[in-house]
Design a protein around this ligand. Structure first.
Ligand code: AMP
Ligand code: MG
Length: 334
């Protein structure tokens, strides 16, 4: 019990990666914080009856996790079909189809069938560097090419392959929240699920890009946006040190080891929560040049922060970006 409280406190620190300022709200506002999807969720809603909407969002996000996409809870559809396949619900089939597209278009840099590899690294509980031979063997049985999705029918060509929605589930939670907000005719809302944030309603929003070297509340830049989803993948989110080497949780699917390409974070802006989340991970793996092309191919915008304090952004994102920490410079397009 004590351990869990500590974990929640730590996750609050990790999760509040961005601040969001919401201008001149009218109507009533409520804020609700709860724990779901392995992170802290904060819902701020402005509406005539905001409390019921915040409760409904909590219910829907919990149900997304427990009934559909958790791979650790036996109650979920994903747990039932993982490693086995079968006929999927429309909701899960649609999500997996989107992720298959990101996997294919990223040339495999994004790969939602790396669950067995992530388990070896064990970032969730007690991480350690896996044995190289075991890692190579598990990697050989992993990857999106080990499954086939035809409409609602999912087939596993290798029963050791494991689907993992860790890179996209928080974004999917934003889509679920947006559906509730639309149905309930909320005026404005901000829903933050770990590193993914939904900015909902009219007017402007300001989102901070976290200082990778600082605490969760410190920002190096801001983005001024309209309604959208914003997701950040950073190598500072989950990592550990062994023999003086830092290992973080975003895996290069070619090697099975953490990506080392000089990036510290990628932020993706999209209308779709699941796309913003999946693409932030994909762009992190691909690096600046290929990552930018991929984001644009999906009609999204992206901001890349490098370890040597350069910030690269797609044209539209550049227009939204203001750098506050002057030790960072906006790099010219490549
Ligand atoms: P995110 O914080 O959204 O970038 O997601 C990171 C999580 O996605 C990790 O903790 C893993 O569960 C999973 N993951 C790691 N590497 C990859 C990858 N190359 N493609 C897809 N998912 C990944
Ligand atoms: Mg992601």
């Amino acid at each position: 019990m004590k351990k869990k409280t500590g974990l929640i406190a730590a996750l609050i620190a990790v999760a509040v990666f961005a601040f969001v300022s919401v201008d001149a709200l009218q109507g009533r506002e409520t804020q609700k914080t709860f724990f779901a999807m392995d992170t802290v969720v904060t819902v701020t809603v402005n509406a005539s009856k905001p409390d019921g909407i915040a409760d409904a969002i909590e219910e829907e996000i919990n149900s997304l996790e427990t009934d559909l996409i958790s791979r650790h809870l036996q109650s979920s559809e994903l747990s039932r079909i993982n490693g086995k396949g079968g006929k999927l619900s429309n909701e899960l089939a649609e999500m997996l189809s989107t992720l298959m597209q990101v996997s294919e278009k990223s040339g495999g840099a994004f790969d939602f069938v790396l669950g067995a590899v992530s388990d070896l690294w064990n970032f969730g509980t007690e991480p350690s560097v896996p044995d190289a031979e075991i890692l190579a063997d598990v990697l050989a049985h992993s990857g999106y090419r080990k499954i086939a999705l035809n409409g609602n029918l999912l087939e596993f060509k290798d029963s050791d392959a494991v689907i993992d929605l860790g890179a996209s589930g928080k974004g999917a939670a934003l889509d679920v929240a947006k559906t509730v907000l639309e149905a309930e005719k909320a005026k404005r809302a901000v829903v933050s699920v770990g590193g993914s944030i939904l900015l909902y309603g009219g007017g402007d929003f300001t989102v901070g890009i976290r200082n990778p070297e600082g605490n969760a509340g410190e920002f190096i830049a801001t983005l001024k946006t309209k309604e959208c989803c914003v997701s950040t993948s950073g190598n500072y989110e989950r990592y550990f040190e062994e023999n003086g080497v830092k290992y973080h949780h975003i895996i290069n699917p070619e090697t099975g080891y953490p990506v080392e390409n000089g990036l510290v974070s990628v932020t993706v802006i999209s209308e779709s929560g699941i796309l913003s989340d999946a693409l932030s991970t994909a762009c992190f793996v691909l690096g600046v040049e290929k990552g930018m092309d991929l984001a644009l191919e999906f009609g999204c915008e992206a901001v890349f922060v490098t370890a040597d304090k350069q910030i690269y952004a797609t044209d539209t994102a550049r227009a939204m970006l203001e750098i506050n920490d002057k030790s960072y410079t906006e790099a010219a397009h490549q």
